[in-house]
Design a protein around this ligand. Structure first.
Ligand code: B16
Ligand code: MG
Length: 222
């Protein structure tokens, strides 16, 4: 763990912040849960919120495999693709109800302040729905770059999503700070050679360079 400077001390030397989306900027896990629950119920598979927590930061295909750990039957590749598509349709319908009110004042103010102090901001998300979510909550213009599930071939803990974000920003990995709520995301940030900040679930992860409780603490990271 590195020190977090107190307010009023020197400005951060870090050039860029890369934010995970789900669990850091917005909280759509309840929608993921409802959409996967519908699939699990259809297949007669037990699924609860604890199992849902294992889906945090994990790709859609890997999420399905976790749910299928309790399934006795056999499914073809086509069956699985159809289930993922069905889940995504339900999820996207649920996302329709999102609005700017789904982003806290604290998150918005902190992002503004980081921009004001000259930082570049990017999103680094496993989600293929990141663009839609950012639009719905009115955050699209806040970021200089977005790296998401549509531009990667390997998901977290592979560093690809964050390396692409740094590349889009034109910044070296060592000048990037990744903010993550998932253990797999912290591992991905470290594998990318970046500083990792754990928030939410990942605030308990010892591999994070910084562990924070409140989003606004980012302004004090050096
Ligand atoms: P989609 P993040 C992740 O977003 C979610 O945490 C994870 O639960 C989800 O399975 C994954 O995106 C893929 O999402 O089905 O929308 O492509 O935390 O990396 O922003
Ligand atoms: Mg996340």
């Amino acid at each position: 763990m590195k020190n977090i400077k107190t307010e009023g001390e020197q400005q951060s030397r870090r050039k860029a912040f890369i934010f995970d989306l789900d669990g850091v900027l917005v909280f759509t896990d309840k929608f993921h849960y409802q959409a996967w629950k519908k699939i699990a119920d259809k297949l007669g598979i037990y699924f609860d919120e604890t199992i849902n927590n294992r889906l945090r930061g994990v790709s859609r295909a890997e999420s399905l495999e976790i749910i299928l750990e309790r399934y006795q039957g056999r499914l073809s590749k086509e069956d699985k693709l159809a289930l993922m598509e069905e889940k995504n349709q339900t999820y996207r319908k649920l996302l329709e109800q999102m609005s700017p009110e789904d982003v806290s004042r604290e998150v918005r103010d902190t992002l503004q302040n980081l921009r004001r102090t000259g930082h570049l901001l990017a999103v680094g998300s496993s989600s293929k729905n990141a663009e839609m979510i950012l639009e719905k909550v009115g955050l699209t213009e806040m970021f200089h770059a977005v790296s998401d599930g549509t531009n990667i071939t390997k998901s977290k803990p592979d560093p690809e999503v964050f390396l692409k974000a740094a590349d889009f920003l034109g910044v070296n990995a060592e000048n990037c700070v990744v903010v993550e709520d998932a253990y797999a995301g912290i591992d991905a940030a470290k594998a990318a050679g970046m500083l990792a900040v754990g928030i939410g679930d990942a605030s308990a992860y010892e591999k994070a360079d910084y562990r924070i409780q409140k989003f606004s603490e980012l302004e004090r990271i050096v």
